[in-house]
Write a protein that binds this ligand. Structure first.
Ligand code: PMP
Length: 455
């Protein structure tokens, strides 16, 4: 640790040397980075000793909360025993192998294999190649195109950002790359018009069918989507959406890929988001909650349909990362999963804290600024609206969302704003009282913005 005196100018050092992800660096440097020093339970503390309730679990990932010494101990043990060895050239390590078994044990009968990566982005790039290799291996090499969704998020690598449907990302670096196309998203509040949510869910799902008609299913490898779009604004699809998507993928023989990077490992009150929605994907990228963010690790769950071909027909799959299955990261993930199992956190989200959160967060729908207050498990959103009756949006949606976020932060709560949607994703260990605090500070922030608007 640097001396306290040098900590006093850490923001200046940061401005001088550190380029942050998704940052307007000039603006950030003018404001100065906030320096987070310590975490305990659902709280983080900055370098001025200010305490915040982290309603966002870091970046949707600190599922077991901060300060779990069991993980620090498991990591230290593994570091001392074997800090690194690779999983190339016929070797493995104990934590990598045991983690593969453990993750598969929760993934359902279709999934018995995992390929390890370091991040969610790499997990998406990995299945992108794997899907094409699969179709080639079974004699259908023309099946190459991936269909994804507008406003989806699948990471920042070239394939990940291309499959994501974020226009502002595509504008930088000439994306998407060839072979990736997008269809609509199931965002009823913004785009549903006069249709009921269920009608709209079916209509957007059927855009997949229309796209397959246009492209020819013989040219399409896969459809990818998040069970609930996270970075896009916690867009919870209408109940009709996922069953129809699953039906179309099956009927038209394209792979279904469920991006579980956020929804995996308990966030929705199920081990994986596809289980919550009752669908069976062929491939599922994972990361974040796999280690609760304590160390970077991700992977792709590979269903038997794909694994059988990879194992028996492909020969060598020429893909992998120096740190695939890194033993220390795997040890952290194993301990994290032991905690999730031992404390029954998935069941807790499903049966206790998820329903409690749904009620407390849902009550914010009565606020004048809130068009809808929705959640599944511990993943929630508030849609801010200028007119609740007509679902009219604010003219400057970013401004109103960031105003609410800033007031919440000033009062000790971290929330995220995606345009005019306020996003919540607290650690799965959050208590009832802490949920009450979250909701109280959120309401206070909404009140403050509402009174500023009336001035
Ligand atoms: N997929 C989804 C659904 C995500 O939310 C994210 C990250 N927020 C990613 C992929 C990319 O993961 P990473 O940042 O670990 O590369």
């Amino acid at each position: 640790m640097p001396e306290t005196s040098s900590l006093s100018n850490l923001a200046a050092i940061d401005a001088a040397h550190h380029l942050h992800p998704f940052a307007d660096t000039k603006k950030l440097n003018a404001e100065g980075s906030r320096i987070i020093q310590r975490g305990e339970g659902v709280h983080i503390f900055d370098n001025h000793g200010r305490k915040y309730l982290d309603g966002f679990a870091g970046l949707w990932c600190v599922n077991i909360g901060y300060g779990r010494t069991e993980i620090a101990d498991a990591v230290a043990r593994q570091m001392n025993e074997l800090p690194y060895y690779n999983t190339f050239f016929g070797t493995t390590t104990t934590p990598a192998t045991l983690l593969a078994e453990k993750v598969c044990s929760h993934a359902g009968p279709n999934f018995n294999h995992i390929f390890f990566t370091n991040s969610g982005s790499e997990a998406n790039d990995t299945w992108f190649r794997m899907a094409r290799v699969y179709w080639s291996a079974i004699g259908l090499p023309s099946k190459k195109i991936v269909i994804a969704r507008r406003n989806g998020y699948h990471g920042s690598t070239v394939a990940g950002a291309s499959m994501g449907g974020m226009k502002y990302m595509h504008e930088q670096g000439d994306l998407p790359i060839a072979g990736i196309v997008h269809i609509g998203q199931p965002y009823w509040y913004a785009e549903g018009g006069e249709l009921s949510p269920d009608e709209f869910g079916l209509a957007v799902a059927r855009e997949l069918e229309a796209k397959l008609d246009e492209l020819g299913e013989e040219n399409v490898a896969a459809f990818v989507a998040e069970p609930i779009q996270g970075a896009g604004g916690v867009i919870i699809p209408p109940a009709t959406y996922w069953p129809e998507i699953a039906r179309i993928c099956k009927a038209r023989n394209i792979l279904l890929v469920s991006d579980e990077v956020i929804c995996g490992f308990g966030r929705l009150g199920s081990w994986f988001g596809y289980q919550h929605f009752g669908v069976e994907p062929d491939l599922a990228p994972i990361a974040k909650g796999l280690s609760s963010g304590y160390l970077p690790i991700g992977g792709v769950l590979v269903s038997d349909r794909i694994a059988d071909v990879l194992i028996n027909d492909v020969g060598e799959f020429n893909h992998g990362f120096t740190y695939s299955g890194h033993p220390v990261c795997a040890a952290a993930a194993l301990e994290n999963l032991r905690i999730i199992e031992g404390e029954r956190l998935v069941e807790r989200v499903r049966d206790d804290i998820g329903p409690y959160f749904a009620q407390a967060w849902g009550a914010l729908a009565d606020h004048a600024l809130v068009g809808e207050a929705v959640s599944v498990g511990l993943m929630g959103a508030l849609q801010l609206a200028a007119d609740k009756a007509t679902r009219r949006r604010f003219e400057k949606p970013d401004a109103v969302g960031s105003a609410v976020r800033n007031h919440a932060l000033a009062n000790g709560l971290v929330l995220r704003a995606t345009s005019d949607r306020m996003l919540a994703s607290p650690p799965l260990v959050i208590s009832h009282e802490e949920v009450d605090t979250m909701v109280r500070i959120t309401r206070q922030a909404l009140d403050l913005v509402w009174s500023e608007m009336k001035l």
